[in-house]
Ligand binder design. Structure first.
Ligand code: G3P
Ligand code: CA
Length: 269
C-alpha cells in the first residue's frame, strides 16, 4: 500500500483543489484559487457555464441561488438559472457572503479572469464543462477563451491543462476541435466500455466511491489519444484515510476540497 514507507519511490498522485480550495474559501472564486496557491496546491478544478449574453463564467450549479445572493438582488427571477442572467447582472452578485463574512463581495469570476489567476500562480487547470446540454457551442467557446489567454500553447498543453466533463459527447467535440487538448471523462463507465472512450479521452475521472484497484488497472491498460496510458483522477476525497486508500489503488490524481489534508496523507508519512 502507498502508505508503507517503501512506497516513497512509487509515483504519487497529483492533488487537485476541487472548485479551488473550497473547504476554506467560497467555491469557484478567485479567492479559492488564491487559497489553493497559498497552500502550495498545484492543480485547481473549476466548473464553466454561460450567461444569457454569452459570457463564460465559473460556477457549479445551474442556478445562482446556492452560491450567490441572486434571490435578494433579483427577487422574482426564480429559479435564478445562470443561463437566464446577463454577465453584467451576475457581476453584481455576492458569491462569497454565503460562505463567511470575510468573503462578502467576492464575485463570480468570468472564465477569462479565472484562467488569468491560475496562470498568475503558475498552477494547472482541470476545467469542467458543466451542463453542456444547456449551452450549445460551449466547447468551441471555452477553447477560444483558453486560446486567447495563452493556454493552448505547447507549454500548457503538455501538462498544465485538462478539460473534463460528464458528457462524452462534449469531450469528443473538444477533442475534434483541438486534438492536442487533454480531456477527462467524469464517471466510471463499465470496464467493457472503456475502449470506446480511449479515442478521445486521456483520463477517466470517477467518484472515489466507485473505484477499486482493478478498475484503475483496467483504465491504465488502455492507450489514450496521445499515445499515452490513460490516467485516473478520483473525486472528491477530503479525509486522510480515504486519500491513502485511493492512492493505494494507483490513481494519478485526487480531487479534494481539502487538498492540504490529502497532500499530507499521501506525501508525508
Ligand atoms: O472534478 C470532479 C467533480 O468536480 C465532479 O463533480 O459535481 O463537483 O462538479 P462536481
Ligand atoms: Ca466539477
Amino acid at each position: 500500500p502507498v502508505h508503507d514507507a517503501r512506497a516513497g519511490i512509487v509515483a504519487r498522485p497529483a492533488v487537485i483543489a476541487h472548485r479551488g480550495a473550497s473547504a476554506y474559501a467560497p467555491e469557484n472564486t478567485l479567492a479559492a484559487v488564491d487559497e489553493a496557491a497559498s497552500r502550495g496546491v498545484l492543480w485547481v478544478e473549476n466548473d464553466v457555464q454561460r450567461t444569457s449574453d454569452g459570457e463564460l463564467v465559473v460556477i457549479h450549479d445551474d442556478s445562482l441561488r446556492r452560491t450567490t445572493d441572486a434571490e435578494e438582488v433579483f427577487p422574482g427571477r426564480a429559479p435564478w438559472k445562470v443561463k437566464d442572467f446577463s454577465a453584467a447582472e451576475i457581476a453584481r452578485l455576492d458569491a462569497g457572503g454565503w460562505f463567511g463574512p470575510a468573503y462578502a463581495g467576492t464575485r463570480v469570476p468570468t472564465l477569462k479572469q479565472y484562467v488569468d489567476r491560475v496562470e498568475h500562480h503558475h498552477q494547472k487547470l482541470l476545467l469542467e464543462i458543466k451542463n453542456p446540454g444547456l449551452y450549445p457551442g460551449i466547447e468551441a467557446q471555452t477553447l477560444k477563451v483558453l486560446s486567447n489567454e495563452g493556454w493552448l500553447d505547447q507549454r500548457h498543453l503538455s501538462g498544465r491543462l485538462v478539460v473534463q466533463s460528464f458528457s462524452a459527447g462534449s469531450l469528443r467535440t473538444v477533442h475534434d476541435l483541438r486534438p492536442a487538448v487533454r480531456t477527462g471523462l467524469l464517471g466510471a463507465p463499465p470496464v467493457a466500455d472503456l475502449p470506446s472512450y480511449a479515442g478521445f479521452a486521456d483520463l477517466v475521472n470517477p467518484s472515489h466511491t466507485s473505484l477499486s484497484r482493478s478498475y484503475v488497472d483496467a483504465v491504465h491498460a488502455l492507450t489514450g489519444p496521445h499515445g499515452r496510458r490513460l490516467e485516473v483522477f478520483a473525486w472528491t476525497v477530503d479525509d486522510a484515510a480515504t486519500a491513502r486508500t485511493v492512492a493505494g489503488y494507483g490513481v494519478d490524481g485526487i480531487i479534494s476540497n481539502r487538498p492540504d489534508v490529502v497532500r499530507r496523507a499521501v506525501y508525508w508519512f
